[in-house]
Design a protein around this ligand. Structure first.
Ligand code: HEC
Length: 168
């Protein structure tokens, strides 16, 4: 029993000491430019923002070592892979690519990370939510000029030129 008490004491001492190891829980001050339609934005906000933006909400256990190390590592690696809050700075092609990638990760059950949904039980993406993301993905880049529409513009201007010629 004496040995048992000693072990508990040593473990507790280690637990106290590791609390003093610094953990990077910084949120860079970049403004969030993720301007998806509201019904899509809430999904990403709830399920992805904690690891893929600078607007991480650090839960209480992210202040308790050694769990804090795991949380900080996931956030830092998640931010390295993808920063949804820097959305405004990406090109249309990149945006489309990013969301295609996100859909793939969600479909494969990799994102949001299972360890995250274990605690954030409302973060799991439902089939309805996935359908909304897919619909948005299809609409992305539609407003920019596609090869088809340039053809239309060209034939229209050709048509105008022709009209002008006729007037002369
Ligand atoms: C708990 C933190 C966490 C959450 C929540 C999270 N991610 Fe991730 N994400 C990561 C980490 C860590 C990586 C890099 C390592 C990896 O790919 O597993 C990553 C990588 C990715 C990648 C790149 C994958 C690759 O291999 O190229 C995409 C895309 C992604 N996440 C999308 C999402 C989406 C979409 C959501 C929300 C539905 C989400 N993530 C939620 C932590 C998270």
């Amino acid at each position: 029993m004496k040995l048992f008490k000693k072990i508990i004491f040593v473990l507790f001492a280690i637990f106290l000491v590791i609390q003093f190891i610094p953990v990077n829980r910084q949120n860079p001050q970049d403004p969030n430019t993720f301007n998806a339609p509201p019904e899509v934005k809430v999904i990403f906000e709830r399920s992805c923002f904690d690891c893929h933006t600078a607007q991480t909400e650090w839960p209480w256990y992210s202040f308790v070592a050694p769990i804090s190390w795991l949380v900080a590592r996931d956030v830092s690696e998640g931010r390295k892979e993808l920063r949804l809050d820097l959305w405004g700075s990406y090109s249309d092609a990149d945006k489309k690519n990013i969301i295609r990638h996100c859909i793939k990760e969600i479909e494969e059950g990799k994102m949001p990370m299972p360890i995250y949904t274990l605690i954030h039980t409302d973060a799991d993406i439902t089939p309805d939510q996935l359908a909304l993301i897919k619909k948005w993905h299809v609409s992305l880049g539609k407003s920019s000029v596609s090869p088809e529409s340039t053809d239309n513009i060209r034939s229209e201007s050709r048509h105008k030129e022709h009209e002008n010629e006729e007037k002369h």
